[in-house]
Write a protein that binds this ligand. Structure first.
Ligand code: MBD
Ligand code: FE
Length: 281
């Protein structure tokens, strides 16, 4: 039987590429002037590197082979989200007054099962890990509750695998669309995720090994929080004490996004409160 630990870079890369196309995020209306400016700067940055570093033909051809492999492994979504998206997110949200956000990453799937609060995410009967209860409230910047607020949540399991990207997991495992109550409150029961290693057997892993980097992200819970008339926040929540908070390969950690869960009094796992403040559109 195929299980999640049989996950390959090429299979999850192909899924992520297919997902990116299906989500249709690309408006395709960039002006000629803007394309000229951005493409010229990017090409110049590469040429400057070649000239300043005196890049050899061997290095040039290794680079060419590697770029071809990124495509063959379907790892353009992974590569871009790990090494570039954090800057795009910084620019996009620099004027936001409410809660901090961070990158979306390559593994979001829209339309996860709708769950009324208090919610329990879909999980296996023997789902491994430590149960986590997350309670929070969605408000506007004036502190007023936003009824009908929604928390879309997705995260890896205790072994570091995402449903729909690793084989052998139920389709919506640890994914849900949670609807807050009339006062903006929500409760979500899940399993605390493990630190996540990006696939090491594809083009991105090859680069990481060749450069002597590491492949780790701190454990994280992905969310998209939205409410009518307000800007959607895409964020990730991390855990205090995680050894990769300070060296996330995706550069996506912010101090405002770190949770400090406490043991529940009844001994059934951990609990934490974390609220979201949404800016108006
Ligand atoms: C992830 O789970 C992730 O969140 C990011 C940003 C990149 C790769 C895998
Ligand atoms: Fe992730």
């Amino acid at each position: 039987m195929t299980t999640e630990t049989d996950a390959t870079a090429a299979a999850s890369g192909a899924k992520a590429t297919e997902r990116f196309h299906a989500n249709k995020k690309f408006a395709g209306d960039t002006s000629q002037e803007r394309v000229n400016r951005l493409a010229s700067r990017l090409v110049k940055a590469i040429n400057d590197t070649v000239l300043e570093e005196k890049v050899t033909y061997d290095e040039y051809n290794a680079f060419k082979a590697w770029l071809i492999k990124v495509g063959e492994d379907g790892e353009w979504p992974l590569f871009l989200d790990v090494w570039v998206e954090h800057s795009v997110e910084e620019v996009a949200n620099e004027n936001r007054e409410g809660s901090k956000g961070t990158i979306e990453g390559p593994y979001y799937v829209p339309d996860a099962p709708k769950l009324e609060s208090p919610a329990t995410l879909p999980m296996r009967d023997d789902e491994p890990g430590t149960p986590l209860l997350w309670e929070g409230r969605i408000t506007n910047v004036a502190g007023e509750p936003l009824p009908g607020g929604i928390v879309e949540i997705w995260h890896a399991d205790d072994r570091g695998f995402y449903s729909q990207y690793a084989p052998g997991l139920p389709e919506w495992n640890l994914r849900g669309t949670v609807v807050a109550d009339a006062d903006g409150y929500f409760q979500i029961n899940t399993m605390q995720p493990a630190p996540y290693q990006i696939p090491t057997d594809g083009a991105c892993g090859q680069l990481i090994a060749a450069a002597g980097w590491h492949a780790w992200r701190p454990a994280h819970i992905h969310v998209k929080v939205h409410a009518a008339g307000h800007q959607e926040i895409t964020a990730q929540l991390y855990f205090v004490g995680d050894e990769h908070l300070s060296d996330d390969i995706a550069s996506a950690v912010k101090p405002e996004l770190v949770l400090d869960p406490k043991d529940k009094a009844d001994g059934t796992g951990r609990e934490v409160i974390y609220n979201f403040v949404l800016d108006p559109v």
